[in-house]
Write a protein that binds this ligand. Structure first.
Ligand SMILES: Nc1ncnc2c1ncn2[C@@H]1O[C@H](COP(=O)(O)OP(=O)(O)OP(=O)(O)O)[C@@H](O)[C@H]1O
Length: 327
């Protein structure tokens, strides 16, 4: 069997992740499965740990992130340039949208069982998004990225103590709702200039743009119900031209993926996307703050090997599609 490395974020889920790791560790010992474990010590550390593991030799290895979407995001960014790594995930964060979108069980022992089962089978090969910022710096996302109101919410969530309190009450998912309501009334919408595969869209009074590789974000909102991480396309969602009150209505419907029925919600599919705006907008990737617009996004198809129940294109009956056909 390939060597298994765990990268654990002890701060994820406001420390709940250490309980998750305790359960995983007990199961590994019971089943006498050899492994290496590394704990992150500061933000960004998982990128370094993951790239060091990948670079240590050319042997194929399994790296399993234990934490939230931010931990998975860092691990992806650490291994993206190496082709000897297969990725796994045990959810231990507050939002855990990766596990929702990639069908990883929420119970730690169950997640581990699925991973150990899948190690013996073929991993899914999925797409990822590459974001290039104005200063040419690059970052990759596995779930989604966003610019505008949703990125502002991410920023507020990541810099607030409310998340810790809600996590203590096992209500971590509600932190996004709390900040949405808090920021809704002071937010100023902007005109955005969106290019998708060279086709330009000027969208006035825009709340936000998200670019998704899988359906879920923000702790369970089904922002891009038709997104599939192995279809060779990114799903773009724009919410614009609607009142604050109607935004709340759209927001409620997003948990069921019904928001796309509103005329103010535009959806597109594409391979390259550029976002410019009349004023600088906050940007996030997988819920981690990235900076500000303008930026360019490019899909890297079939780039990552992931231990997930989300099947390959062949298994799900999807065909490689042309983005223009689907807009
Ligand atoms: N030792 C550490 N001390 C402080 N912060 C850390 C440490 N290790 C990692 N981090 C940071 O913790 C942040 C949150 O991690 P993560 O997103 O995995 O958990 P979460 O926020 O609870 O879950 P989710 O993103 O699913 O809501 C990340 O930005 C990461 O860089």
């Amino acid at each position: 069997m390939k060597q298994i490395y765990f990268i654990i974020n002890p701060k994820a889920g406001n420390g709940y992740c250490l309980n998750v790791w305790g359960k995983v560790e007990t199961k590994l010992m019971e089943d006498k499965i050899p492994y290496f474990a590394f704990f992150t010590e500061y933000p960004g550390h998982a990128i370094k740990l993951a790239s060091q593991i990948a670079a240590s030799n050319h042997e194929p290895k399994v790296v399993i992130a234990v934490g939230g979407d931010g931990t998975m995001h860092e691990v992806v960014n650490g291994i993206v340039e190496y082709n000897n790594i297969t990725l796994g995930f045990v959810p231990g964060g507050s939002g855990n949208d990766f596990s929702r979108g990639f069908h990883i069980p929420s119970e730690p022992e169950e997640a581990l069982s699925v991973i150990l089962h899948l190690i013996k089978k073929e991993a899914a090969i999925i797409d990822i998004g590459e974001v290039t910022m104005k200063d040419d710096s690059q970052a990759y996302f596995i779930n989604n990225m966003g610019a505008g109101f949703d990125a502002l919410i991410s920023y507020e969530v990541n810099h607030s103590k409310v998340k810790a309190w809600l996590n203590k009450l096992s209500l971590g998912r509600l932190v996004y709702v709390y900040f949405l309501l808090k920021k809704l009334f002071s937010y100023n919408c902007t005109t955005i200039d969106l290019s998708i595969d060279g086709r330009r869209h000027i969208l006035e009074k825009t709340w936000f743009v998200t670019v998704s590789n899988q359906p879920y974000y923000g702790g369970g909102m089904m922002i891009a119900p038709k997104a599939h991480p192995a279809d060779g396309l990114l799903d773009i969602t724009v919410v614009h031209n609607l009142s604050k009150l109607k935004l709340l209505l759209v927001f409620i419907s997003v948990f069921w993926g019904k928001h796309i029925q509103f005329k103010e919600v535009k959806t597109f599919k594409g391979r390259t996307v550029s976002i410019q705006s009349s004023s600088s907008l906050y940007v996030h990737a997988d819920g981690e703050n990235l900076g500000y617009t303008p930026l360019n996004i490019h899909i890297q198809t079939k780039t990552l090997k992931v231990l997930t129940r989300v099947g390959s294109m062949r298994e799900t009956g999807l065909k490689e599609r042309d983005s223009n056909e689907l807009q």
